[in-house]
Design a protein around this ligand. Structure first.
Ligand code: HPA
Length: 273
């Protein structure tokens, strides 16, 4: 089996051959959250299928392209579409783009997702800033030999969703008049939606949001020393005790309707950091 380290050197050589060099920010967009990036000066856009060793998104609502551009004077890599454990990828495969970005110098991860709402004060369509997470996937991308070039063997998870970034985003949201709520995200492997009992358990252990992504990439980003901002769109507000009856089409529909506000927040954030 080829190690992530060997894969990463091939990926980096490929990206350099496509004029993708040093970058400041990695933006990973969730289900239905692709945008037309009007204000980004796009330098290059590459299909995941062209990038050696890159997984390919198999899910509807995920475009599957890596965009390299400049925004607000900062070099930004955008993952338009992401990979999930439920697609059958290993956690190590899922974090290859995050680790490649780290080796290109990225110090900031902005990550978005579509999530189920557990907190009773959430409504469908809400934008929620993630304050912390609970990894319930039973997986970890850092299992195996530690990549010392990226980070240490036992990385701390303190200030995981960077407080300074959260303060900045709170100010930006107030300025733009966009309501942003706060919450703890529980990451499950999926692909089934939660039972009523599972939603009860998630509420009991302190989760406000539930989804099938994000925690894997965030762990790898923190290991590699990145600061992190996480934003969820609540695509379905759930009632603990009652099994979720949402479906993927509804999730994509709500997630995409709220993209303009989400992008406004993100664009302003990138300008200001
Ligand atoms: N559960 C898990 N993942 C999700 C949900 C949900 O209710 N909504 C969007 N992604």
């Amino acid at each position: 089996m080829t190690s992530n380290y060997e894969k990463l050197s091939v990926i980096l050589d490929f990206l350099k051959s496509k004029n993708i060099f040093k970058s400041d920010i990695l933006l990973i967009l969730g289900s239905g959250q692709s945008s037309n990036f009007n204000d980004f000066k796009i330098i290059n856009s590459i299909k995941y299928s062209e990038i050696p060793h890159f997984p390919v998104s198999t899910v509807k609502g995920h475009k599957g392209e890596l965009i390299y551009g400049e925004f607000g004077g900062k070099k930004t890599l955008i993952m338009n579409g992401r990979f999930h454990l439920y697609e059958g990828y290993t956690p190590q495969e899922i974090v290859l783009p995050v680790q490649a970005a780290a080796l290109l110098g990225v110090k900031t991860l902005i990550i978005t997702n579509a999530a189920g709402g557990i907190n009773k004060y959430y409504e469908t369509g809400d934008i929620v800033m993630i304050t912390d997470h609970i990894n319930l996937t039973g997986e970890n991308p850092l299992i195996g030999p530690n990549m010392d070039e990226l980070g240490e063997r036992f990385p701390q998870m303190n200030d995981l969703y960077t407080m300074g970034y959260r303060r900045k985003m709170t100010k930006i949201a107030l300025g733009l008049g966009i309501e942003v709520k706060l919450g703890i995200y529980a990451g499950l492997k999926g692909p089934n939606l939660e039972t009523g009992a599972e939603l009860n358990m998630l509420k009991t252990i302190g989760a406000d949001l539930v989804g099938m992504s994000t925690v894997t990439e965030v762990i790898a980003a923190k290991h590699a020393g990145m600061k992190i901002l996480g934003l969820s769109i609540v695509t379905n507000a759930e009632s603990p005790g009652i099994a979720s009856d949402t479906n993927h089409e509804a999730v994509i529909d709500v997630a995409s309707k709220n993209v303009p506000d989400l992008m406004k927040l993100i664009e302003e954030f990138i300008k200001e950091i």
